[in-house]
Write a protein that binds this ligand. Structure first.
Ligand code: SAM
Length: 313
């Protein structure tokens, strides 16, 4: 089992590690980006992952690059505190490759997938409530809301009703048990996608507080960037990409909805933005990459840079 890194060449080009720089890979995973960064320039790399298995697998890579790769088990939403504990308060580059790794999704015991049966877990880390805890205890309205909000599932109410009905007979313990109840509660999708796909995405996002993590990480990464430092983010669905896009627009002074014909804008000159966008439009994988790695299909890469000192936008 391997994890094929998505948009690796494009990540290395925008992150552009230089000799002597200090970089953070907030989502170590299978170490694909980490290896690429370490090979590109003689820099120091700090790497986080909330999954203890990913950190344990990284020990071999750390041995290949003695003294240059430092692995920490923890969440990127806590990056500032985790790095401060190590005496790191400024970074020249930060990269985040959001979502789950192939190791996680392809391991039945982790409970992310309905391609095979496994315990209904879905936690990337080892703490907090599992997906089974949520589907067995949340009220019907709360379940419907989360499936709508994080899964963009049009039939969220039907799904929630079916879950609540089924659990009164048998509480949910496995992925296939839940996938089957959900599949039976929604109309067949003409595109052929499994009826439980959106609901599973919603539960995974909620179990891991994925959107909250991204918001905390965006804020902290921008504060940690040294002048000239780059922040590169690869996202895999519209909810993630929207958060990144909006935060980047705000940081670079491109807040949508403000018109230059609006008189209040004339009265209040805009403060000079300390960041500039490196990707005016998100970078998408080409046909060859998506053919070789279907997981890349929905990827969007966005990057920004803190302006070098004395150069405001
Ligand atoms: C798509 S994989 C990264 C793959 C990696 N770029 C590579 O090339 O092998 C995402 C990884 O991020 C980790 N992850 C997701 N959310 C996290 C968070 N909030 N904090 C730390 N790690 C997280 C997951 O556990 C997973 O291992």
């Amino acid at each position: 089992m391997t994890h094929i890194p998505v948009l690796l060449a494009e990540v290395l080009k925008t992150l552009a590690p230089q000799p002597g720089e200090v970089i953070l890979d907030g989502t170590f995973g299978g170490g694909g980006y980490a290896r690429g960064i370490l090979q590109t320039a003689p820099c120091t790399l700090w790497a986080l992952d909330r999954d203890a298995d990913a950190i344990a697998r990284g020990a071999a890579l750390a041995m290949e690059f003695p003294g240059r790769l430092h692995l920490i088990e923890g969440r990127f939403g806590d990056m500032m505190a985790l790095l401060a504990e190590q005496g790191v308060t400024q970074l020249d580059g930060v990269v985040l490759d959001l979502g789950v790794s192939s190791f996680q999704i392809d391991t039945p015991e982790r409970g992310f997938s309905f391609r095979f049966d496994g315990p209904l877990d879905m936690r990337m880390g080892q703490s907090g409530p599992t997906a089974a805890d949520l589907v067995n205890t949340l009220g019907e309205a709360e379940l419907a809301d989360l499936i709508w909000e994080f899964g963009e599932e049009r039939f969220s109410r039907r799904v929630a009703r079916a879950i609540v009905k089924a659990r009164t007979e048998t509480p949910f313990t496995t992925t296939l048990q839940l996938a089957e109840v959900i599949r039976r509660s929604v109309p067949r999708d003409p595109s052929g996608i499994h009826g439980a796909t959106r609901s599973f995405q919603a539960l995974r996002i909620r179990v891991n507080d994925e959107l909250g993590e991204i918001e905390r990480a965006l804020d902290q990464a921008m504060r940690l960037l040294a002048p000239g430092g780059r922040l590169v983010i690869v996202s895999f669905h519209s909810l993630e990409d929207r958060l990144v896009k909006r935060a980047f627009q705000k940081a670079t002074g491109r807040t949508p909805g403000t018109s230059r014909h609006d008189p209040s804008m004339l009265m209040a000159p805009r403060a000079a933005a300390p960041f500039t966008l490196l990707t005016p439009r998100s970078i998408r994988p080409g046909g060859a990459e998506t053919a070789a790695n279907p997981r890349a299909r929905s990827a969007h890469l966005r990057a920004l840079q803190r302006l070098p000192e004395n150069r405001a936008a």
